[in-house]
Ligand binder design. Structure first.
Ligand SMILES: [Zn+2]
Length: 473
């Protein structure tokens, strides 16, 4: 456990690092290897020119971004905490958006920005943290678990009658965890109790809890405790009843960002595929789910594949689904390497980040190089792009496959498998904002909005159905 304020003391820090044992340890930590030009020739099989990958911009861009912070419930008792999460989504009509850029060149009209901001949707959640228990719950952890389910079932995320909970159920079904009983009623099946170690205590094999698909609640046959459908995310395993919950809250924030993207994709798939085929879904960060909910990357890959197959069958284009990493190891690596050698990567080029390259220079802590990088977490391929202006972007593009499996380390690098690659590169090149280093304006807008607005959701849907967007069909 970190002691608050201790790390802030520089004096304390220098005391620690001058300790001979600590010094010895630090000396043994290997340096991160920075590639030379020769290494690049060896390890990057191919640099591609961005000019060879030009496509039309998607008509619509849906950017999703999240933020969170933890605070106390009241000043008298700062140990009682609540986590606040905001998810913003902004839907941009790209033609209109580029018009603003063209007429104002480097200067963006604040009135136009204000208008664009009106088109941003925000979902806000307050999640109970340490020492916060609702009267209807037995424990602080149950309060956290139940509140999460209540939010997922809440009105603010309803799209044509379907909530985020309904979309979560769709993903649970992709994981094969929904079964139909003899009466034809569907249940979510848990093989582990969220409250006690009941699966171990159960004498009979095949311990199961059947959750009602409408309420999202099931009762454990051993301990009689409520199990909530949101427990499928297992994030409560990282929850603390007496300490900070930055970890658990950030997991929820990140999961909800992906779930909301799937929510929109699924809704449009079932209601207006033509619109979906013209869309770019743009996420903040890699296309990956980390932590206890990581298994959902599998479900998302399957769902995206079904969308792709459906598009093929109907003769539509598939939607572009991409993420942008503005921080993290991969991004740090390219900044450092670029600082050392200016011609490290030529302007106007990109390359697919192979596992071989990653294990050597980015993630050298990984021992087993035969194993897929991000086997259990990633559903998209990381690509490094240096734009013609010299901007450095780490983009993640949805894998064009149903699942991973044999030869995936090679297959995932084949650029011709990614039918939306040229579109992704065009989006980055066109939206590269002069004003912000390595950021894309819709995300900046979404970010700004996250911190200033409390408006309830539903607006993106309104915009999708307005005349202005119908014209783009
Ligand atoms: Zn139980």
């Amino acid at each position: 456990m970190a002691f608050k304020n201790e790390s802030a003391s520089k004096h304390g820090h220098s005391n620690i690092t001058s300790n001979p044992d600590v010094k010895k340890f630090l000396e043994r930590c290997p340096d991160v290897e920075v590639p030379t030009k020769k290494d690049l020739e060896e390890h990057i099989k191919k640099f591609y020119k961005v000019d060879d990958f030009h496509a039309e911009l998607p008509k619509l861009l849906l950017a999703i971004d999240c933020s969170f912070y933890e605070s106390f419930v009241d000043e008298e008792y700062p140990s009682r905490q609540v986590g606040y999460i905001k998810i913003s989504s902004v839907l941009l009509n790209m033609e209109k958006y580029l018009d603003i850029g063209n007429t104002q060149s480097k200067y963006i009209n604040p009135r136009e920005i204000a208008r664009l901001q009106k088109e941003i949707d925000t979902i806000s959640l307050a999640l109970p943290g340490a020492y916060v228990r609702l009267p209807e719950c037995d424990t602080v952890t149950e309060t956290f678990r139940k509140t999460l389910l209540d939010y997922l079932k809440g009105e603010t995320t309803r799209l044509n009658g379907k909530t985020l909970f309904d979309t979560l159920v769709v993903l649970i079904e992709y994981l094969g965890r929904i079964k139909t009983d003899q009466e034809g009623v569907k249940h979510i099946i848990f093989s582990k109790c969220a409250v006690n170690n009941c699966q171990e205590q159960a004498k009979a094999k095949g311990f199961k809890i059947y959750l009602d698909i409408d309420s999202g609640i099931g009762i454990c046959p051993i301990c009689n405790c409520n199990n909530y459908a949101s427990d499928v995310l297992r994030i409560f395993e990282e929850f603390s009843e007496t300490d900070s919950n930055v970890q658990a809250d950030s997991r929820i924030m990140s999961f909800l960002e992906h779930l909301l993207a799937v929510h929109y994709i699924y809704y449009l798939w079932k209601n207006d595929f033509n619109l979906l085929s013209k869309m770019c879904v743009f996420l903040d960060g890699p296309l990956a789910i980390f932590g206890p909910s990581a298994v959902f990357r599998k479900a998302i890959m399957l769902l995206i594949n079904d969308v792709r197959e459906y598009a093929k069958k109907l003769g539509f284009e598939e939607p572009l689904i991409m993420g942008l990493s503005k921080t993290g190891r991969v991004y740090e690596h390219f900044l450092a390497a670029d600082r050392i050698s200016k011609d490290f990567i030529q302007k106007g080029t990109f390359f697919m980040i192979s596992d071989e390259y990653r294990y050597r220079f980015i993630d050298s802590a990984q021992k087993d190089h035969k194993k897929n990088h991000g086997e259990g977490t990633y559903y998209g391929q990381d690509i490094f792009i240096k734009t013609k202006k010299g901007g450095k972007f780490v983009v993640s593009l949805a894998y064009p496959f149903k699942d991973k499996g044999e030869g995936f380390q090679t297959r995932k690098l084949e650029v011709d498998k990614y039918t939306k690659l040229a579109h992704a590169i065009t989006v980055i090149q066109e939206l590269e904002a002069d004003l912000y280093d390595n950021s894309v304006v819709p995300l900046v807008l979404a970010h700004k909005h996250t911190s200033i607005s409390l408006k309830p959701g539903g607006k993106v849907l309104d915009i999708l159905t307005t005349e202005a967007f119908k014209k783009t069909k």
